[in-house]
Design a protein around this ligand. Structure first.
Ligand code: 13P
Length: 285
């Protein structure tokens, strides 16, 4: 069933588990992720992001994600991840996404607030929800330098929430997008302070490669949504490479290029299941 973010995250935050967001750019990934959720009776958030649009155009991929969500036997949020422009967020809402993230975190604070407030007003009229970001979650590839100047400031998060009314907030506490070069260091004191001050579910971006104990601690401190993308792609790639190197694509009668996608999709399904176990969302549908 197609639901919005609020309906899955409030329960998750209260019962101290997190719902995973997994980005998909085609129907093989989509079906792999949803079947993992159905088998484990877990809610799931299926996303696509503005930076992923070159791999799957919004107008083409939206109908399949929305249809898959509607017929799923578990709650599925269809979320536009890291919307970078007002126009694209509007397009996602008109196409039927039940949730959008507006990420104005790389721009000016005042503009981020003004744009987010406007998007929240419109999204709520659609029955959809909005995730915002304060502070800025960067890329793991450029994490050599101390990134703490980009961390979420508690006073800004409070102001941002009261000015915009977002339904969930992505926080910057030391995670980053992509594969970490070394073990991440997370600012749990800051996370705990943000959680004490804000009544909404918190979101951790850059879910790839965060050790299990840190994930559990983040959930205990108010994180109710964790985004994972790179890890799914890495295991997809590894499984496909192995399949070809072992010559399995040439087995049987004739060559069928569609067979090439099956091992990758299975790898994504296994990764999604593993994350659901770790995030504690199994049997919470
Ligand atoms: P990773 O690619 O590091 O898993 O991060 C995903 C993410 O935060 C998408 O918004």
């Amino acid at each position: 069933m197609l639901v919005n973010l609020k309906s899955v995250l409030e329960k998750a935050q209260k019962e101290k588990y997190a719902v995973g967001l997994f980005n998909t750019t085609d129907t093989d990934m989509l079906e792999a992720a949803i079947s993992a959720a159905e088998e484990l009776r877990s809610p799931i958030i299926i996303g696509t992001a503005e930076v992923l649009l070159p791999y799957g155009e919004l107008k083409l991929i939206a109908p399949s994600i929305i249809e898959a969500a509607k017929r799923a036997s578990v709650p599925v949020v269809v979320h536009y991840d890291h919307g970078l422009t007002f126009e694209r967020c509007m397009e996602a809402l008109k196409l039927g996404f039940s949730s959008v993230m507006f990420d104005g975190s790389a721009g000016k604070y005042a503009k981020n607030i003004a744009d987010t407030a406007e998007i929240v007003k419109i999204a709520h009229a659609f029955g959809a929800t909005v995730e915002g970001e304060i502070g800025h979650v960067g890329e793991a590839s450029s994490m050599d330098n101390d990134a703490s100047n980009m961390y979420t400031k508690i006073s800004e998060a409070q102001d941002y929430f009261s000015a915009t009314g977002v339904d969930a907030l992505a926080v910057s506490i030391g995670t980053a997008h992509g594969a970490y070069k070394s073990k991440p260091k997370l600012d749990f004191t800051r996370l705990s302070e943000i959680h004490d001050e804000l009544p909404i579910p918190l979101v951790l971006h850059g879910g790839t490669g965060i050790p299990a104990d840190m994930i559990k601690k983040a959930i205990s401190l108010g994180v109710a949504k964790i985004n994972v993308n790179t890890e799914c792609q890495l295991y997809f790639q590894e499984a496909t490479r192995k399949y070809i190197e072992e010559g399995k694509d040439l087995e049987g009668k004739g060559f069928d290029p569609r067979k090439l996608l099956a091992p990758g999709a299975e790898a994504i399904k296994a990764t999604v299941k593993e994350k659901m176990e770790l995030f504690g969302s199994v049997n919470k549908a």
